[in-house]
Design a protein around this ligand. Structure first.
Ligand code: FES
Length: 127
């Protein structure tokens, strides 16, 4: 599956919001580096985090087991299922937050913002 990604820190710097309708268009036009904005392919048996690593990207993580939320991403477009065991609150899940270390998209052309652990609402969850 093809996944377009954007670094939360760049979003924050530019004053963009996760709710911006044209967030990824703005990101595409902003001349961001390859590590901050781009596209990866996720193979069937890979997690989103593994796919990023296999593409040479350094996305944040710690436990790799759904327990710390360092690897959290916000899903802007597409579907990323929720596994049974994880630390996210229902509120986070409702806002599209997923853990990249234990999930993988099931739709083509998914869009995610990684590094959302730097989002103020997430900081309480970090272990
Ligand atoms: Fe800890 Fe994903 S790395 S939840």
């Amino acid at each position: 599956y093809r996944v377009e990604f954007l670094n939360y820190e760049r979003l924050d710097e530019h004053g963009w919001s996760l709710d911006d309708e044209d967030l990824f268009e703005k990101a595409a036009d902003a001349n961001l580096g390859n590590a901050d904005y781009g596209e990866i392919t996720v193979e069937e048996r890979e997690t989103l985090l593994e796919a990023a690593e296999n593409a040479g990207l350094a996305w944040p993580f710690a436990c790799r087991g759904g327990a710390c939320s360092n690897c959290a991403v916000a899903v802007i477009d597409g579907e990323v299922p929720i596994p049974t065991s994880h630390v996210l609150t229902q509120e986070m899940i409702d806002r599209g937050i997923r853990l990249s270390c234990i999930t993988t998209p099931v739709t083509e052309d998914t869009k995610v913002v990684f590094n959302v652990k730097h989002m103020p609402a997430m900081e309480d969850l970090l272990l």
